[in-house]
Design a protein around this ligand. Structure first.
Ligand code: SF4
Length: 453
C-alpha cells in the first residue's frame, strides 16, 4: 500500500475534548454532531459553538470533520434542520452525514457546498443503490456493517468513483445496522434517535410454558447432541424434524432487573435472537480493507470515553503507519485494543457471516485489564498535576499513554500530594485541591495515565 492510498482513520468525538484527544492521538478525521440532529443523544454534548471551534482547528492542522445529522426527523423538526444546515454552509465541515431522504434534500438546498455522506443507518449493500444515491448528490457511502470485504471490493469495482467508508472497530448492534425497536419496547428509548438502552445485552432467565425455569446450559447440550445426530445420520430427516420441533416451543423470558415482567419468547432450532455480541476489531486486516477500495476506516463509539478514543486511535494509527512503511502487523497492538473496556473481539462481517466466537453469552459487561486512573493537567518542577479518575496508591506502577505508543513509559507513583498535604492515595471527585506526584520526565498536558485494573 502506497502512502497516498492509506485510508483515513476516522474517530468518534462525543464532545469537544474527545475531538481534540482523537486528533492528538492520530486520527485523520472525526465525526461529531449536535444531539438534536444526530444519533448518540446521550453523553453527546457537542454544540454549534463547539463545531465553530473544532472545524477551523481541524483544517488548520490538515484534519477533517464530518457532522452527523443522521436521525430521522419528524416534520416539526424540519425548520431546525434548515437553520442547522445554513450554519454548516458557513462553517464548511468536510461532510454532512445523513440517513433520511428529506434531510438530504434540505442539506442540498441549505448547505450545497458541503459533501453529503450516506449514513450506515440506510444499510446500503449494493451498487444500484449507490448509483441512485450518487445521482442525488451523495459523495460517500458509509457501508452497512454486514458486508464482507470481498463484497466491498466488488462494489468498489462497480462504482470506483464513490468514496467508501467502512466500520472497523467498536460495538456491534445485533439488529441490522441499528434497525431495532427492542429498546423502544422495554424502556421507551429510541435506538434510532441515539438513546438505545441495549436491551439485547441484558441478562434473561428462560421459563417454559408451565412457568418452570429452563436450564439453558443443559438445553444447549441437548442441541449439540441433536446436531451430532443430524450429521451422523443424514437420511433420518424425519427423526431430526421431530427433534427440531421439540425445541420450537414458546418460552418466557424475565430480565434479572425487571422481575415479574414476563416476555413470551419463541426459540427455534437456531436459538433466541435476544443476545449480546462481542465487539468488532479489524486492526489486523487493514491492508486488505484498503486494497478493497475503502477510503475511510471508521471507529464506533461517540458515547465512549476520551481514553477509549486515545487508545484506539493510536493503535490504529500505528497499524496504518506500519502498513505504509511496509512492515508486518505488530501483534503487540492487540494488547492496546484490549486495554480499553471490551466484550472480547471478533472481526465483524469482514469474512462473511459471523459464526462461533462472535457472541458473548456468559456476560454483558465490558472489561479490560487496564483502567485509566488520571489525566495529566500540568508538568512543572518535576511534578505532574493530575485529574484523578480512579484512585492511585503510592507504590503503584502507572503507565503513561502517550500519543505515540513507542513513547509510553511506566513509573512508580511516589511523593503524592493533595494540595499541600502529603498523602498515600489520590482520589478522584474533589476538584478543590490539586492532586500531584513526582515525575522527572516532562509529560504533555492531556496524556492519560493507566494502571492494572
Ligand atoms: S437493543 Fe441491541 S440490537 Fe437493538 S438497537 Fe440497541 S444495541 Fe442494537
Amino acid at each position: 500500500m502506497k502512502k497516498n492510498e492509506t485510508p483515513e482513520l476516522l474517530m468518534p468525538a462525543g464532545d469537544l475534548g474527545k475531538a481534540y484527544t482523537a486528533f492528538r492521538y492520530g486520527a485523520d478525521a472525526i465525526y461529531c454532531g449536535v444531539p438534536m440532529f444526530s444519533l448518540r443523544t446521550r453523553e453527546n454534548v457537542f454544540t454549534d459553538k463547539d463545531l465553530a471551534e473544532i472545524i477551523p482547528f481541524a483544517h488548520k492542522n490538515g484534519k477533517k470533520v464530518y457532522v452527523t445529522t443522521n436521525a430521522f426527523p419528524h416534520q416539526y423538526l424540519i425548520p431546525l434542520y434548515e437553520k442547522h444546515f445554513k450554519l454548516l454552509e458557513e462553517l464548511k465541515p468536510d461532510g454532512i452525514i445523513f440517513a433520511d431522504l428529506g434531510v438530504l434534500s434540505l442539506a442540498n438546498e441549505f448547505a450545497p457546498s458541503v459533501p453529503k455522506h450516506l449514513s450506515v443507518q440506510t444499510s446500503t449493500v449494493n451498487a444500484p443503490a449507490i448509483n441512485l444515491w450518487k445521482s442525488l448528490g451523495v459523495e460517500r457511502i458509509i457501508l452497512a456493517r454486514e458486508m464482507a470485504i470481498k463484497e466491498v471490493a466488488q462494489i468498489h469495482k462497480l462504482v470506483p468513483d464513490m468514496e467508501l467508508e467502512y466500520f472497523v472497530h467498536g460495538a456491534v448492534c445485533m439488529a441490522y445496522s441499528g434497525r431495532c425497536l427492542l429498546s423502544n419496547f422495554t424502556g421507551g428509548r429510541d435506538a434510532n434517535r441515539g438513546a438505545c438502552n441495549h436491551t439485547c445485552r441484558w441478562n434473561y432467565k428462560v421459563y417454559d410454558e408451565d412457568g418452570r425455569e429452563v436450564d439453558v446450559a443443559h438445553h444447549e447440550d441437548q442441541r449439540k447432541d441433536l446436531d451430532k445426530k443430524k450429521t451422523d445420520n443424514a437420511c433420518c430427516a424425519k427423526k431430526s424434524a421431530r427433534s427440531i420441533r421439540d425445541f420450537e416451543q414458546v418460552k418466557i423470558v424475565e430480565e434479572e432487573q425487571r422481575q415479574g415482567q414476563m416476555v413470551p419468547m419463541e426459540e427455534d432450532f437456531h436459538g433466541t435472537h435476544i443476545m449480546s455480541s462481542k465487539d468488532m476489531c479489524m486492526i489486523e486486516d487493514l491492508e486488505a480493507i484498503a486494497k478493497a477500495g475503502v477510503c475511510s476506516l471508521k471507529v464506533e463509539g461517540r458515547n465512549k470515553t476520551a481514553y477509549y478514543c486515545a487508545t484506539i486511535a493510536r493503535a490504529y494509527r500505528r497499524a496504518l503507519d506500519d502498513i505504509s512503511a511496509g512492515k508486518t502487523f505488530d501483534e503487540s497492538l492487540w494488547g492496546e485494543v484490549h486495554a480499553t473496556a471490551n466484550r472480547g473481539f471478533f472481526p465483524g462481517f469482514l469474512h462473511g457471516k459471523p459464526r462461533e466466537g462472535s457472541m458473548k453469552y456468559e456476560a454483558n459487561i465490558s472489561t479490560s485489564p487496564k483502567e485509566v486512573c488520571g489525566i495529566v493537567k500540568n508538568w512543572n518542577h518535576r511534578r505532574i498535576e493530575i485529574v484523578v479518575k480512579n484512585r492511585i496508591k503510592a507504590g503503584a506502577t502507572i503507565e503513561f499513554v502517550m500519543p505515540k505508543i513507542e513513547d509510553d513509559f511506566t513509573m512508580t507513583a511516589e511523593v503524592l500530594q493533595f494540595g499541600e498535604d502529603a498523602v498515600e492515595t489520590l482520589h478522584g471527585g474533589n476538584d478543590n485541591k490539586v492532586a500531584s506526584m513526582k515525575c522527572e520526565k516532562e509529560v504533555p498536558v492531556g496524556v492519560f495515565i493507566r494502571q492494572a485494573s
